[in-house]
Design a binder for this molecule. Structure first.
Ligand code: BG6
Length: 296
């Protein structure tokens, strides 16, 4: 189907590798979704004839085929971080590096809905030998609504981890993240020790890399000048990450001073429980991102 015939939709190619992306424009927002990784690259709300960006995207992206794009909302699946046994397997799983199938784009009173699909293939089976089907439903309207559905098509139960690795624009020295007080976290910068967060608010004064296996699913990012962003999810886990100076310099796709411009608040299922999904079963995670004070 020719999806560019849908009103408010254009299909454009990114970078030298010509990665296809869906460009959306409607009364509420402008958005860009790359088919590689079903990755939302941009989501800007239209407020008082101004565009307010809710996601951060690195200016150094080359948009290379099978290479993770830095910024927006990359999807980590079926593992998070480095693979536990295989050092040469891609970090954060393979789902963000592969091209998903564009199944549907619809325009309606609340904006646009895009549905993408990734199924097991010869390539995915090299890393993870299971039959599965993933769907990402992306609603671009007054808020950004995501729904991730995993269907186990195998005869074996699945063990997996999953996260929406969202990059939010922030001024790092004034940004505050709310919603993690008294929550247990695994400190990835301290030999994965578990700690309880005592502070009501997270503020950024150094590198931070924390996995919160079980959370309330309701977070706010507050900055001095900008509208507060809310994140609401039924996914149990979250990660808060900022690379700070030294690590950012090692990231070739982030400008040296750009670590000051974003924070990652990632929502997903990072519980270490094995066999989360039985053969034939389906699980679904949802996340909503928007501005706390809606102004038109
Ligand atoms: C975070 C991890 O989610 O992603 C960090 O907690 C990691 O440890 C970061 O450095 C970035 O990962 P990548 O693979 O996108 O560079």
């Amino acid at each position: 189907m020719d999806f560019s015939a849908v009103s408010g939709v254009e299909i454009k190619m990114l970078g030298n590798d010509q990665l296809p992306a869906v460009y959306i424009s409607n009364d509420f927002c402008e958005a860009i979704i790359a088919l590689q990784g079903a990755q939302i690259l941009r989501f800007d709300l239209k407020k008082k004839n101004k565009l307010v960006p809710l996601l951060w995207l690195s200016e150094l992206n080359q948009f290379q085929s099978k290479k993770a794009i830095r910024g927006g909302i990359p999807l980590c699946f079926p593992w998070f971080g480095a693979h536990t046994d295989q050092v040469d397997y891609p970090a954060h799983g393979f789902a963000r590096n592969l091209t998903w199938r564009l199944c549907e784009i619809t325009e309606h009173g609340q904006g646009h809905t895009v549905i993408l699909e990734l199924k097991d293939s010869e390539l995915t089976r090299q890393y993870w030998d299971y039959a599965f089907c993933l769907h990402m439903k992306i609603e671009c309207g007054e808020t950004l609504n995501l729904e991730f559905t995993l269907e186990n098509l195998d005869t074996q139960p699945l063990s997996f981890n999953f996260a929406w690795h969202s990059y939010f624009p922030a001024q790092i020295h004034t940004a505050q993240v709310h919603g993690f007080e008294q929550t247990l976290f695994i400190n990835q910068l301290n030999s994965n020790q578990t700690e309880i967060q005592q502070d009501e608010i997270i503020q950024f004064t150094q590198e931070i890399d924390r996995i919160y296996p079980n959370t309330s699913g309701c977070f706010h990012l507050v900055d001095e000048e900008d509208f507060p962003i809310f994140i609401q999810t039924n996914a149990p886990s979250a990660v808060v990450w900022n690379p700070w100076i030294a690590k950012a310099q090692r990231l070739t796709d982030v400008q040296n001073d750009a670590w000051q411009d974003f924070v990652c608040i990632e929502c997903g299922d990072l519980n270490q429980e094995k066999y989360k999904l039985k053969a034939g079963e389906i699980c679904q995670y949802r996340m909503q991102i928007g501005l706390t004070h809606q102004q038109s």
